[in-house]
Design a protein around this ligand. Structure first.
Ligand code: NAD
Length: 505
């Protein structure tokens, strides 16, 4: 393994990472660098090239060259699949290292990030296996004497733009199907968490992908993300991030009619019926909102509880969360880590103020953590507000932090109406022992994913994405590869003798 990342050592000194363009490890054209802070300690631990439109242009050109000429377009689909499989193996071998990088950048618990990195190879095995199973079709065309077939072809250069909360996992949801389909790619990681993606680029090279097939450009949304989306040689943009970022991407991509998939935010309802196994429900509520410090798009941030068990569920929840240990994400006994970025800290604290000013009642937390060991980091106490109405801002707007609002309901009808009454539609949870309800309710919930007696389960096999302001398109599962393919319709007339076009019928 080569490059500066190889020199990464445990410790507090600042490491410099490079971008990857056209198979080379490079600095930004500007010669400038930006810092990445460790959210658990508040210290700057790494620097990345501060790229701009010039670097984006070089990366897209390299990706375009690799798509048009050279080894990549000549590879068989099976050979592409084997490369993806090899990449999966390298990720598995480097899972510890990748997890360390993620934790320093985004402050999530090491146990969670290690689990995520150990699971990540599955995306590359799955889409590697799928690469040579994309079959076209011969149609029974209604035109006499004409032979017609449909084939699927890669799009060209894919731009993948990722957020900071699960940086490499969410990039991989784009990278694996895009490469399996035969595209080339330029990845722009979040400015808050670029380390794992630039390290990953070294694994891509080591796996044997030809230069230019995979490129990484580091920097900020307006300097790198926007020029990437607007670049005329980019055929498709796959974006995960905020609603406002997604809107900007969608509008900019529209100018050239680029293909777009958007995985955006959520305000997902976790609905507990009185007949639920309440112990399980409480664990599901906790993992839905306090795991990853609430910084998941699918966070179950609105808890809807049937009125007869409302007080009991809230009491059990508060008791459970009082046992939570906040602190160093590297410590295996830590349950809740810091929020990941200073703007995110400010946003969570702002929404705590909003909840109070709207008249909600704080029954847990409600402040920046003052626990020993948490003073310098970006820690917020796990927070629960009761007495919330669904028309309050705190029930409608995405916070993306450890903040849960509790809304009581009486009937199933009312629960469905409240659950669906937000601009978002990413996910929902239902807790019930009623089989009929378990079978019928998912259809009525306007969300891309519904869990019954479970929460936050995802798989490379299961399509994931949102409706309404939660986005467009689906990642994961077999059909996700078609987000990176275009169908072509071919008509062949094998016999000479074309009819006179002026004589119809
Ligand atoms: P963000 O929108 O601020 O940034 C996401 C990425 O887009 C970053 O790399 C950023 O630099 C880039 N970017 C920002 N503005 C851009 C622009 N105008 N053009 C192009 N690129 C631009 O989001 P974030 O704060 O990094 O991530 C948190 C958000 O992501 C939350 O809203 C969360 O719900 C969402 N998210 C969604 C999913 C999902 O699968 N639906 C998963 C994780 C996170």
């Amino acid at each position: 393994m080569s490059g500066l990342t190889d020199k990464l050592k445990e410790g507090t000194h600042v490491e410099r990472f490079h971008m990857h363009i056209g198979g080379a490890s490079v600095e930004a054209a500007s010669g400038e660098w930006f810092d990445s802070m460790n959210p658990a300690t508040g210290e700057i631990w790494a620097q990345f090239p501060k790229a701009d439109a010039r670097d984006v242009n070089l990366a897209v050109k390299a990706a375009h060259r690799a798509f048009e000429d050279g080894a990549w377009p000549r590879l068989s689909a099976s050979a592409r699949g084997l490369l993806l499989h090899r990449l999966g193996e390298l990720i598995a071998e480097n899972a510890e290292r990748l997890a360390d990088l993620e934790v320093r950048d985004n402050g999530k618990l090491r146990v969670e990030m290690l689990g995520q990195m150990k699971y990540l190879p599955q995306w590359f095995y799955y889409y590697g296996g799928l690469a040579d199973k994309v079959e076209g079709a011969v149609t029974p065309i209604d035109k006499p004497g004409i032979f017609h077939y449909i084939s699927y072809e890669p799009l060209g250069v894919v731009a993948a733009i990722a957020p900071w909360n699960s940086p490499l996992l969410l990039a991989a949801w784009k990278i694996a199907p895009a490469l399996a389909a035969g595209n080339t790619i330029v990845v722009k990681p979040s400015e808050f968490s670029s380390a794992s993606t630039v390290y990953f680029a070294e694994l891509v090279a080591q796996a044997g992908f030809p230069p230019g097939v995979f490129n990484v450009v580091t920097g900020f949304g307006l300097d790198v993300g926007e020029p990437l989306v607007k670049h005329p040689r980019v055929a498709k943009v796959a974006f995960t991030g905020s609603e406002s970022g997604g809107r900007s991407v969608y509008l900019n991509a529209a100018t050239d009619f680029k293909r777009v998939s958007l995985e955006l935010g959520g305000k997902s309802a976790n609905i507990v019926f009185a007949d639920a196994a309440l112990d399980d429900a409480v664990k599901g509520i906790v993992s839905g909102i306090f795991a990853a410090t609430g910084q998941t798009c699918m966070a179950g941030s609105r808890l809807l509880v049937q009125r007869e068990v409302h007080d009991e569920v809230v009491a059990r929840l508060v008791d459970f969360m009082k046992t939570a240990k906040l602190g160093d994400p590297l410590d295996k006994s830590t349950n809740v880590g810091p929020v990941s970025t200073p703007p995110q800290l400010a946003k969570v604290l702002h929404y705590i103020d909003v909840a109070r000013s709207e008249g909600a009642t704080c029954v847990l937390g409600g402040e920046r953590s003052r626990r020993p060991g948490c003073e310098k980091g970006l820690f917020v106490e796990p927070t629960i507000f009761t007495g919330v109405r669904n028309d309050m801002r705190i029930a409608q707007e995405e916070v993306f932090g450890p903040l849960l609002v509790v809304i009581p309901f009486d009937t199933e009808e009312e629960a469905v109406a409240i659950a669906n009454d937000t601009p978002y539609g990413l996910a929902a949870g239902v807790w019930t022992r009623d089989l009929e309800r378990a079978l019928t309710l998912p259809k009525r919930l306007k969300a891309g994913t519904v869990w019954v007696n479970a929460y936050r389960v995802v798989s490379y096999m299961a399509p994931f994405g949102g409706v309404k302001a939660s986005g467009l398109g689906r990642e994961n599962g077999i059909r996700a590869i078609y987000e990176y393919l275009e169908s072509k319709s071919v008509f062949i007339n094998p016999k000479p003798g074309i009819a006179n076009p002026f004589v119809l019928g």
